[in-house]
Design a protein around this ligand. Structure first.
Ligand SMILES: [Zn+2]
Length: 502
């Protein structure tokens, strides 16, 4: 502490590794002394029911967090939307010429309490480890100090309340040590992320100038499985499709009509098979157009420490698709995934019929080069080129008489991907600050596989965005028994302190 204060008084910045170690020591010392207070604040926040549809309670949580921001020197208020309010706070930093917009969400997934191993998902409990390993209960309210393996079980604790409290904890630690925050801060807390953030983009029309920033940080999600600090430069988007192929008007007796009446299940299977080669690569013209990696990007992809043989063993398959040379490369491409198939009946319900229809549910995961509308057009044109007459509803009698191949194709609106260049200057500073404080490079993910509802907001604001996930990967996000490992929580405070002083 002393050396840090001395060095700061001498006018040095916290760029050098030695100073980063002093910063880490100071923050860790503060966190050690503040564990009880930090856990209490987190527990209080997640004790307020946080399902987006529960408007009264979620507003209580918004108010609680607004007060938490104010205690850390933010000018904080609720920004009203057509749905739940956004919590918005601003904290300028003297002399800073960079403004960070930091995004979190304060709502959680809906709950089914009958599937939780505790009375109420909004009455947090403490366990001496993971429930998956049979860890027993501890007294959450009596503990003064916590072990890294201790876990809090509650809805929204990991996704995404802990990062909010961790950022505030980092500011407490820096303020206590007299260390200057080097960015003007704007924080935005979304109350509808788990409901698809329908009011985030519309909020730009009302409050857009308030959100102006040089870069956006999304503090949400789990660390890479290796446990190393992780930075993700983007997220894939998604477009969903439904294909319905029509056969005879009603299911027909397969003995009387098989070999004569066309079978929609077979025709749908043939169509799907024509979309991909043996290695799983999509052969629809232009599907992968525009996707390319620099040598540096290829190196970054290869540096992600995925243990693919172990993952294949755990997941139980012998051969991977050959879209990219690795999992990280594969997710740089858009995917065409059959997520469900249905025609007539199977198992004990199977009948000797020619089915009347066959349905495929497909998702197309998008990357930055492949926006939803363009990808829909490519898939649609390919199906038409295979001789299908396309509909957006059931066929009429006239259409049934006229067209041998009838297919209803419907789509979702889609959510586009976003991606920030690996060599963006803000990213370089952020990676540098995490590397210095932890003494090792974070895992850099060029894109996360999943889709985040915040992508259209990022796109509309036009700012570079980085995701900094911090919670344990086995947090049961979106499932019963959501949990936060406290070691991850306390370490995230150190990471955030590094970012706040980068
Ligand atoms: Zn989340």
């Amino acid at each position: 502490m002393k050396s840090l204060a001395g060095l700061l008084a001498a006018g040095l910045t916290l760029a050098a590794p030695a100073l980063a170690q002093d910063l880490r020591t100071a923050v860790e010392a503060h966190v050690d002394g503040a564990q009880r207070a930090l856990v209490s604040e987190l527990v209080e926040a997640v004790s307020i029911p946080s399902v987006a549809a529960d408007a009264a309670n979620i507003r209580r949580k918004a108010e609680f967090l607004r007060a938490s921001l104010e205690r850390r020197g933010f000018a904080a208020e609720l920004l009203e939307t057509d749905g739940n309010p956004l919590v918005f706070g601003e904290r300028p930093a003297a002399g800073a010429d960079r403004t960070l917009l930091i995004y979190f969400h304060y709502d959680g997934q809906p709950v089914d309490p009958s599937r939780w191993q505790q009375e109420d998902p909004f009455e947090p409990v403490l366990r001496e480890g993971s429930l998956a390993d049979g860890a027993g209960l501890l007294d959450l309210h009596a503990s003064e100090v916590f072990r890294p393996d201790d876990r809090i079980y509650a809805r929204s604790v990991a996704d995404d309340t802990a990062p909010i409290i961790a950022l505030l904890g980092a500011l407490d630690a820096l303020d206590a040590a007299g260390v200057t925050v080097t960015s003007n801060l704007k924080v935005i807390l979304d109350g509808e992320e788990e409901a698809g953030s329908p009011n985030l983009v519309p909020a730009i029309a009302r409050y857009g100038s308030r959100f102006a920033a040089d870069a956006m940080l999304i503090l949400d999600g789990p660390l890479h499985q290796s446990g190393r600090p992780t930075v993700s430069f983007g997220a894939r988007g998604i477009l969903t499709l439904e294909l319905v192929v029509y056969g005879p008007r009603v299911p027909l007796h397969s003995g009387h009509y098989g070999n004569w009446a066309p079978n929609p299940a077979v025709r749908l299977a043939q169509l799907i098979a024509s979309m991909k080669d043996e290695g799983g690569r999509v052969v629809i013209p232009g599907f992968y157009d525009g996707i390319d990696f620099t040598a540096e990007e290829r190196r970054a992809l290869a540096a992600v420490p995925d243990d693919l043989p172990a993952m294949m063993d755990a997941l139980g398959f012998a051969e991977a698709d050959r879209v990219g040379g690795s999992l990280q490369e594969a997710i740089q491409f858009p995917s065409l995934n059959v997520r469900g198939l249905s025609s007539a009946w199977v198992g004990g319900d199977a009948r000797t019929i020619v089915p009347a229809t066959a349905t495929a549910a497909i998702d197309v995961r998008l990357v930055a080069e492949t926006p939803a509308d363009a990808m829909f057009a490519k898939v649609r044109d390919f199906i038409a080129s295979e001789g299908w007459f396309l509909l957006d509803r059931d066929p009429t009698d006239a259409e049934r008489r006229e067209h041998p191949r009838l297919l209803r194709l419907t789509r979702s609106a889609g959510t586009n991907a976003f991606r920030t260049p690996l060599d963006h200057p803000v990213a370089a500073r952020l990676i540098g600050s995490l590397t210095e404080i932890w003494g090792e490079e974070p895992v850099r993910k060029r894109t996360s596989g999943g889709t985040v509802p915040i992508a259209p907001f990022v796109e509309a604001l036009g700012v570079p965005a980085l995701m900094v996930p911090t919670v344990n990967h086995d947090n049961n996000q979106h499932s019963p028994n959501e949990n936060l490992r406290l070691g991850h929580f306390f370490r995230s405070i150190v990471s955030f302190a590094a970012i706040l002083t980068m």
